[in-house]
Design a protein around this ligand. Structure first.
Ligand SMILES: C[S@@+](CC[C@H](N)C(=O)[O-])C[C@H]1O[C@@H](n2cnc3c(N)ncnc32)[C@H](O)[C@@H]1O
Length: 163
């Protein structure tokens, strides 16, 4: 598969998964967290789907498309290894949806580079919350959930926070 095909499939999978997750949290209160602003594409999609919710966005170096810059009070700038535990102290397990979109670009490397991340995602997620990720998250309190059939196996991962 060409890199272009692979990129298109990744974006299609992201859209399908975000749409699915937003439907899954409908009617539930809780914060929405976007981990990795990047260009702001998935943030922009989430805010279009959830116009009435505050979406807290975590990013080391915010340089999105200017149309997708989150409001300052919802943008948490810094290394998530530090900003996630600080947010956790302030808010506790308050998130109903977390989208993890940080990657090194090498799937096998992500779980190593971001080994600290699954525990923070689990700690921030309320019971029953949905956690989405582009790479597999290993944590006792994150139970794998089946994604819509059209998402190719291993392209995206979804979890439900168990008690
Ligand atoms: C794949 S991009 C996100 C793409 C974005 N969701 C989109 O749709 O445009 C990953 C982002 O995570 C950020 N990032 C990587 N490691 C980080 C860390 N330790 N703390 C905070 N942000 C980090 C990078 O700066 C990058 O912007």
């Amino acid at each position: 598969m060409s890199r272009l095909d692979s990129f298109i499939r990744r974006l299609e999978a992201q859209r399908t998964v975000l749409n699915w997750a937003v439907a899954a949290i409908q009617g539930r209160n809780g914060l929405v967290l976007e981990l990795g602003l990047g260009n702001g594409r998935t943030y922009d999609h989430l805010r279009a789907l959830l116009p009435d919710r505050d979406i807290h966005v975590f990013e080391l170096n915010p340089q999105p498309n200017p149309s997708s810059m989150p409001p300052a009070h919802l943008l948490i700038v810094g290394d998530m290894a530090q900003t996630l535990p600080a947010f956790e102290k302030q808010h506790g397990a308050a998130a109903v949806l977390i989208h993890v979109d940080v990657t090194t670009g090498v799937p096998e490397q992500d779980a190593i580079t971001f080994a600290w991340l699954p525990a923070h995602a689990a700690a921030l997620a309320m019971t029953g919350a949905i956690v989405l990720s582009g790479w597999a998250l290993e944590h006792d309190q994150l139970e794998a959930v089946a994604l819509p059939q059209e998402v190719p196996e291993g392209r995206y991962f979804a979890y439900r926070r168990v008690a």
